[in-house]
Design a protein around this ligand. Structure first.
Ligand SMILES: [Zn+2]
Ligand SMILES: [Zn+2]
Length: 390
């Protein structure tokens, strides 16, 4: 069978499973679970793989809701990654329910390519993308060591084959002052809230003089107890992002200096902790991205190689992309006015358009697996690009 026939066959396999996949996706959508608590999704997804001939390891990397399903043996070992965590209060407003069903659907359809050409297909369940960077933890624990490449398709408002994503680190800050009656004895107090507000002012000033794509943003999580008490304690959480790791390191000290200045000015004592998990910037493998783009375009979607909006956040797929050739394309499931992480996007993730996006993305992934296992020279090119870019 030639590759065109095999591609038609794997796409047909997704069509034949469209009800199962849409049901799986909707079931995860109506049972939203936060990061590391995705027990239902982490039961349903491996079960589907197992029922379809995959061998499954559950709780890999000492993470109860992570898993790995494998089919076939040897090289190339191609991983399709699944996310399935939801957002606090908003449910599946990032559409990870679609990513999950897309990954298992693409994995199961890819069996046909593995049967014919050899190699192996892995579906790796990666929990807690939103809040804890599950893939960063899994990368440290070796989850991606023996694979040749990794792919994950995320729902969005554009069809793009690559995604820019920034390096990102979280920061927790606390100021400790001294309580006093705010009117009767203000001179006896040390105002921890003012220290926090002055830190925001200093960061706002700093922001004028940093590189374009860097981002610093935060919230106050404790601003005092009552208006008539000088706040003795304040706390905040911040995110610092940059286009590359070196600039992020440089920014770290400049951001801390803002807090040190505010602490000195107010007399409050500063404590801070950088987050344990660091999101790495995304390195998109263009050879892989072009494969995906061509396959996705074959059923009428116009797919750009690069995102026209130049919008960027961060993703723990960045950490995977530092280890192995990776792509993180977007499939459009909503009009471009709709914001990801909004209630409207949560509705789109359960809509007919959402399911269509899931099915198209699953087909394009499985068809790209066909290209890869049938053409060892493409695998060589993918790896060569990865090495040269380093
Ligand atoms: Zn997401
Ligand atoms: Zn998200």
């Amino acid at each position: 069978m030639d590759t065109q026939e095999l591609k038609a066959l794997v796409a047909g396999e997704i069509d034949a499973r469209c009800h199962q996949l849409s049901e799986l996706s909707l079931k995860i959508h109506s049972n939203p679970e936060l990061g590391f608590q995705e027990v239902k999704a982490a039961a349903w997804l491996p079960q589907y793989l197992e029922e379809n001939g995959f061998s499954v390891d559950r709780g890999i990397c000492e993470l109860p809701t992570a898993f790995r399903g494998g089919y076939g043996q040897g090289k190339p070992a191609i991983a399709i990654l699944a996310e399935y965590d939801a957002l606090p209060k908003l449910g599946h407003a990032c559409g990870h329910n679609l990513i999950a069903a897309c990954a298992v659907g693409a994995g199961v359809a890819s069996r046909l390519a593995i049967d014919q050409f050899g190699g192996s297909i892995l579906v790796i369940g990666t929990p807690a993308e939103e809040l804890y960077g599950g893939k960063a933890i899994m990368a440290d624990r070796g989850a991606f060591n023996n694979i040749d490449m990794a792919m994950l398709v995320h729902p969005g408002v554009y069809n793009t084959a690559t995604t820019p994503a920034l390096a990102c680190l979280s920061l927790e800050v606390e100021f400790f002052g001294k309580a006093a009656h705010a009117a009767a004895r203000p001179e006896a107090g040390i105002n921890a809230l003012e220290a926090m507000l002055n830190s925001f002012a200093a960061i706002n000033s700093l922001r004028q003089h940093i590189k374009d794509k860097a981002r610093i943003h935060g919230i106050i999580t404790d601003g005092g107890e009552a208006a008539n008490i000088v706040p003795a304690h304040s706390a905040g959480i911040f995110l610092v992002r940059a286009e590359d790791d070196n600039y992020l390191d440089e920014l770290k000290q400049r951001v801390i200096n803002c807090f040190i200045g505010a602490a000195t000015g107010s007399g409050a004592r500063l404590e801070y902790r950088w987050g344990a998990v660091r999101y790495a910037p995304m390195r998109s493998n263009i050879t892989l991205a072009r494969l995906f783009q061509r396959n996705m375009q074959s059923f009428g979607r116009r797919v750009r190689l690069f995102n026209p909006s130049d919008a960027f956040g961060s993703t723990d797929m960045g950490n995977v992309s530092q280890l192995v050739p990776s792509i993180h394309p977007f499939v459009a499931i909503a009009p471009k006015e709709v914001a990801v992480h909004s209630p409207q996007f949560a509705s789109a993730a359960a809509s007919e358009t959402g399911i269509q996006g899931l099915l198209d993305a699953a087909k394009a992934l499985a068809m790209s697996v066909v290209d890869l296992v049938a053409n060892p020279e493409i695998v060589t090119r993918v790896k060569k690009e990865f090495r040269q870019e380093r």
